[in-house]
Ligand binder design. Structure first.
Ligand code: URP
Ligand code: ZN
Ligand code: ZN
Ligand code: ZN
Length: 468
């Protein structure tokens, strides 16, 4: 079995920081040994291949629990395939994604999962798993949930937004939550009052307010917090754990914090776009704002402080990307003259680890919290821990040798995502993945890509109830 030794680095996990060497055997972490220990000396003299991590961190590969590769939306598809999107993720030090398989209205949940499995099979550079989106909750889809949970699809997303597309009414959401409470699945909710938003969209368009910035104005923070509150109450009635995706409004954070103060199993996720971007971007000149159209929408800048605070207090527990890229030319421009036709979503899978590390550099969060938010908690929440999300004996050797001092300027000219713009164009960040390993194989090293499509394998996930 191939043996690799990562020496000289500072191992950072959600739990601790250790000056330790990491021994990899095959696809797994075999053991850690404190620097200078007899064990470390013995390893250094063995025939293991050495990766020098002096002056670097050794961290678990990122776990991005929210991506949309090749997702159909608004008459087009998100522009990253599983091949291009997972390669870009690898460049940025993310080694596992959980993507959303969509049940078509009138179709079965399983059929949706099969379509997504076929898109991903043989294509991924890194490991991948699926949540299922329930677009049509009825007796048969509820029954399907049970078998899917047994097969490793242990979380289901429901939409309070997008009437006529993915939307479920409260009764359907309640039924899915009840089923999840019984079978151990985690219910994820996109919390925005889509019915009310559609009224405001219609009024805005009728009044000639058609620019991208109106996307943010009609999708009001109050309609996010109202839906978040409602989702929490439905989850309480069902006795189900709840995971609120892509939280952007300070008022929605308050709802989650209040629920958590009561001791409820309610968890919140946010994304880098809500932490670093704002309605100022959405109000860019000409049609530029279309680059920043996503739902929930970007908020006025003052919301950011609420999100950062909640990341420190654990009222927000996970940072995922909601990576859902559409090219500016040829896709976003479907909404020229009508913001409601702009495909919703933004690119980000490549830069999550670095943007969050920037928060470490700026003193907003600590190093261990960085790893907790980006690796450990998503792995735990979605039933993959400790195989993913930590550096420990028996874990998959998904590891990143991270250079905390590397300077980079984010740009579409240098990124690897298949999209013609960067939401962070020109932004300077400190820190970058130098060497990335996926299940023991080096897939990125010092600016060279060494991975291949099909190396990534499907991860069957455990249920989440036991951890919460
Ligand atoms: O704008 C977004 N977030 N697009 C992806 C679909 C979703 O709601 O997560
Ligand atoms: Zn959503
Ligand atoms: Zn999403
Ligand atoms: Zn779990």
């Amino acid at each position: 079995m191939a043996r690799t030794l990562i020496t000289g680095g500072l191992v950072v996990t959600a739990a601790e920081e250790l000056e330790a060497d990491v021994l990899i055997e095959g696809e797994k972490v075999a053991a850690l040994a404190l620097r200078g220990s007899d064990t470390a000396r013995t390893w250094a003299e063995s025939d293991a291949e050495i990766i020098d991590a002096a002056d670097h961190y050794v961290v678990p590969g990122g776990v991005d629990g929210h991506t949309h590769m090749e997702m159909p939306f608004g008459g087009t598809h998100s522009s990253d395939t599983f091949e291009t999107g997972t390669r870009a993720a690898a460049w940025g030090g993310t080694t596992t994604i959980v993507d959303f398989a969509i049940q078509r209205q009138g179709g079965s949940v399983r059929a949706g999962v099969e379509v997504w499995a076929a898109k991903a099979e043989g294509k991924c550079a890194i490991d991948y798993a699926f949540h299922a989106i329930l677009s049509d909750v009825d007796d048969s889809s509820l029954k399907e949930m049970d078998t899917l949970v047994e097969e490793g699809i242990t979380s289901f997303k429901l939409f309070m937004a997008y009437p006529g597309v993915f939307y479920s009414d409260d009764g359907r959401i309640l039924r899915a939550m009840q089923r999840g409470a019984a079978n151990g699945a985690l219910t994820m909710v996109h919390a925005e009052n889509g019915i009310a938003i559609d009224v405001l969209v219609e009024q805005a368009l009728a009044e000639g307010r058609t620019d991208p910035r109106h996307h943010g104005e009609v999708r009001k923070a109050l309609l996010e917090s109202e839906a978040t509150h409602r989702a929490i109450q439905l989850a309480r009635v069902a006795g189900a754990p709840l995971y609120v995706v892509h939280v952007s409004a300070g008022e929605a954070v308050e709802e989650i914090a209040r629920a958590r103060d009561k001791g409820l199993n309610v968890f919140g996720e946010t994304c880098p776009q809500y932490l670093f971007l704002s309605t100022d971007d959405l109000a860019g000149p000409g049609f530029e704002g279309a680059k920043y159209v996503c739902s929930t929408p970007l908020r006025p800048r003052e919301h950011q402080e609420h999100l950062w605070r909640a990341l420190r207090t654990d009222d927000l527990s996970v940072v995922s990307t909601d990576h859902c890229p559409f090219c500016f030319t040829g896709q976003k421009d479907l909404g020229l003259g009508d913001f409601s036709r702009i495909p919703n979503g933004m690119p980000g899978v490549e830069h999550r680890m670095d943007l969050l590390h920037q928060a470490v550099v700026e003193g907003r969060i600590g190093r261990r919290r960085w790893i907790e938010l980006a690796c450990a908690t998503p792995a735990r929440m979605f039933g993959m821990y400790p195989r993913k999300g930590t550096v420990a004996p028996g874990a998959d050797a998904d590891l990143v040798v991270y250079d905390p001092r590397a300077e980079q300027t984010i740009s579409a000219r240098t990124h690897h995502m298949n999209v013609d713009y960067s939401a962070y164009e020109g932004r300077d960040v400190t820190g970058r993945a130098r060497t990335v390993l996926s299940r023991g194989r080096v897939i990125v090293d010092r600016g060279t890509y060494l991975g291949r499509p099909g190396h990534g394998s499907y991860v069957r996930r455990d249920t989440c109830g036991h951890l919460i």
